[in-house]
Design a protein around this ligand. Structure first.
Ligand SMILES: [Zn+2]
Length: 321
């Protein structure tokens, strides 16, 4: 068999009109009918792990990133913020959390004219470390409410339609096994909702999933010395501990085409059972102190096509810490 994938083959068949790739290929061409070139229906920018704060020129960095996105010749029409929008509120006081969200809102107001949507990162959850934050748990903004409001979300997880695609926004952060820790997973209520969302979406409608913490990713292996014990040990706070269940759901229905995440500050792509998982670095790189490992401060441009295919590229925006 010639080393052409199905798309290249269809393109070749369509361009030439005459197919001479052997009997099997001719049968494939006949079954496919006239090949229709895929059409891009949406270009979006995925900006994750901004971690904005008053220090280390983070505000200037976030502004530079937003301007870079909007200065693209082939400009995206939508921004997806992948969570960890602010440096931290998990273990920070109300006043410090307010300062960071105020900065976030001001920067969006001054430097963002694109529509945007977002998901909640672990650092956007206010006060779960009660010992450090001073939160009692009784405040109305406690936990995810503050971030839900700041990101103008109607609920901590939700879905919407755009450009013929369904977008599903997940909430990855849940209480961990130890006090004041978190684990990456979906709670039961959210998993049931997701199952109904995926099952209730027509097979012809491709799905994009946005989560803060990766569902499946190679990067968590390399974030930290996870091999030092002689066995690979990837914490459940770094990649969805319920990945097997989620992957099973996606495989059963077949229309979840792309999953976008951040959290690790490294970038990778995993193709698994028909879904492509992208972990897309960090706008702040190494928390505004420079690169994180080999990855500079950046964001991803993501193209969605009408046939459910996608493309994604990680782009650095030239920030000097
Ligand atoms: Zn995170």
């Amino acid at each position: 068999m010639l080393n052409l994938d199905r798309r290249q083959f269809l393109a070749a068949a369509g361009a030439g009109g005459i197919v001479s790739l052997g009997a099997g290929a001719q049968v494939l061409a006949a079954e496919s009918g006239a090949p229709k070139p895929r059409k891009r229906v949406l270009r979006l920018a995925h900006l994750t792990d901004v971690h904005v704060q008053p220090e280390l020129n983070a505000a200037k960095g976030m502004a530079a990133c937003l301007e870079h996105v909007q200065g693209q010749g082939d400009k995206p029409e939508l921004i997806l913020f992948g969570g960890d929008c602010i440096m931290d509120s998990f273990g920070q006081t109300r006043a410090r959390t307010q300062t960071q969200w105020d900065l976030w809102h001001k920067l969006l107001q001054d430097h963002c004219s694109l529509p945007w949507e977002g998901c909640i990162g672990n650092h956007d959850v206010w006060g779960w470390s009660k010992s450090r934050s001073g939160a009692t748990g009784e405040e109305k903004e406690y936990g995810k409410q503050w971030a839900t409001d700041a990101l103008r979300m109607t609920h901590r997880y939700r879905s919407f339609q755009r450009a013929g695609w369904k977008f599903i926004v997940l909430d990855s952060t849940h209480p961990g096994p130890q006090p004041e820790t978190y684990t990456a997973k979906l709670d039961n209520e959210q998993f049931d909702w997701l199952t109904a969302e995926v099952a209730g979406t027509p097979k012809t409608t491709p799905i994009l999933i946005l989560s803060h913490i990766p569902i499946l990713s190679a990067s968590p292996f390399l974030d930290g010395l996870n091999e030092k014990s002689g066995d690979w040990q990837v914490p459940g706070a770094w990649m969805h501990i319920d990945a097997r269940k989620l992957i099973g759901l996606f495989h059963e229905h077949g229309n979840v085409k792309i999953c976008l995440s951040g959290h690790i500050h490294l970038a990778d792509r995993v193709d698994y059972l028909g879904t492509t998982y992208y972990c897309n670095g960090a706008v702040c790189g190494g928390w505004w102190k420079g690169k994180y490992q080999q990855f500079g401060e950046g964001y991803a441009l993501v193209d969605l096509y009408d046939d459910g295919t996608t493309a994604c590229e990680y782009i650095t925006y030239g920030w000097k810490a």
